[in-house]
Design a protein around this ligand. Structure first.
Ligand SMILES: [Zn+2]
Length: 396
């Protein structure tokens, strides 16, 4: 994405929902809606906000973009056509897409290429700091929440919204758009606004977009107050609460999976509780925990996740460890070494790794991204984070 803009002639309709160049310099803020074609709430919300900005004659700083995600899937109201557009942003896959002739690209890959080129052009033409926000909805009923890759800049920015923040999804879901952007070091948040068809999901997105415009200083607090007169107020927690994904129930396309009816996102579940049926067997909860994103739609490979609340003390300790770069000390332990001289990723011997607690790596900012027969490979979000771009921001 750095500076490669492939000369592609694929014509996709109406990618851009809106684009505003402000009167003064400022941040570049990029929203996506409908990366999943069955999730139109984010698009409806972006359309509303662009219309509001115009009709209330709001003078903006910086630059704002709103993009449609999977345009072809949105037209067909399907999650994706052949492959999930939010699971194919791996580096090797992108390289392969860039190399191939366009007639050999599958429909969702064409969408990726188009978005990739748009992003490359934005990073070449527009000014930092950059913010990337991806608007989604879930198949289960849910209060709004944010998902992030666990870099401190994402954490700090995400806490401005006072909704639950879920870390660690990237360890289970490879190839998401935000993960790809995050690896380039920019602030990137996923906002999950509620259930796909729930009208409040649109209003939650509208509120999230306005708050983002305020926190990125694209609009003044006075202009934000114009919106506040209309605001709907999403279900906020009194202070930021963080959760970590601990388990994923993965399903394959040919599997027969059905979630037991009635679970909400963030439902507390008991040991021994019947959760789902999977290829004619019952899926039973092994312990008391919190259910996350139970699947109530046909397409998708994640039956459900299990999450746990992260204590505030653990968050404070991890902020301290990262501030003083103490994660570098990990290589003093047996079975752990750097993969290259840039010291970006760790190799952890699997035989020895079972003696370490996964949380220690997470506290230090490491997440598993690849596994060979002998090693886990772990990358550190802090090493890649472009903190210097955000140092002058009010929230930093
Ligand atoms: Zn989605």
């Amino acid at each position: 994405m750095e500076a490669i803009v492939r000369n592609e002639k694929i014509k996709l309709p109406d990618r851009i929902i809106g684009h505003i160049k402000g009167i003064n310099p400022g941040a570049t803020v990029v929203f996506f809606g409908g990366i999943h074609g069955n999730e139109p709430a984010g698009i409806k919300a972006l359309e509303q906000v662009f219309a509001q900005l115009k009709s209330w004659n709001i003078k903006m700083n910086g630059t704002l973009y709103g993009f449609r995600g999977n345009v072809k899937a949105l037209e067909l109201e399907k999650r994706f056509l052949e492959s999930d557009l939010n699971r194919i942003w791996q580096r090797h896959h992108i390289t392969s897409i860039l190399r191939r002739d366009k007639e050999f690209l599958r429909p969702d890959e064409q969408e990726l290429l188009h978005i990739y080129n748009s992003l490359s052009k934005i990073l070449l033409a527009e000014q930092p700091p950059y913010y990337f926000l991806d608007l989604h909805t879930t198949s289960s009923h849910s209060k709004p929440f944010i998902t992030i890759s666990d870099a401190m800049i994402n954490r700090k920015f995400a806490t401005l919204f006072n909704v639950p923040i879920v870390l660690g999804l990237e360890e289970y879901l490879q190839g998401t758009l935000l993960n790809y952007i995050n690896e380039r070091g920019y602030v990137s948040l996923g906002f999950e606004a509620g259930q796909h068809q729930d009208e409040s999901a649109v209003q939650n997105c509208v509120e999230f977009i306005w708050k983002t415009l305020l926190h990125t200083e694209l609009i003044s607090r006075k202009d934000f107050e114009i919106f506040q007169n209309f605001k709907h107020n999403f279900n906020e927690c009194s202070k930021p609460c963080f959760y970590e994904v601990t388990q994923r129930f993965k399903i394959e396309d040919h599997d027969n999976f059905s979630m037991k009816k009635g679970f909400l996102n963030f439902s507390k579940i008991q040991k021994g509780e019947h959760l789902a049926s999977y290829n004619q067997t019952d899926v039973i909860s092994k312990k008391r925990s919190i259910l996350f994103m139970p699947l109530y739609q046909k397409q998708g490979n994640d039956g459900f996740f299990i999450i746990r609340r992260i204590p505030m003390l653990a968050l404070k300790i991890s902020a301290f460890l990262r501030q003083f770069k103490l994660y570098q000390l990990l290589i003093l332990f047996p079975g752990i070494s750097w993969t290259n001289k840039e010291k970006e990723t760790l190799m952890v011997n699997k035989k020895i790794a079972r003696f370490y607690i996964k949380s220690i790596f997470h506290l230090m900012g490491y997440r598993k991204y690849f596994m060979s027969n002998t090693y886990f490979f772990m990358s550190n979000r802090e090493k890649r984070a472009k903190n210097h771009l955000y140092k002058k921001c009010k929230w930093y």
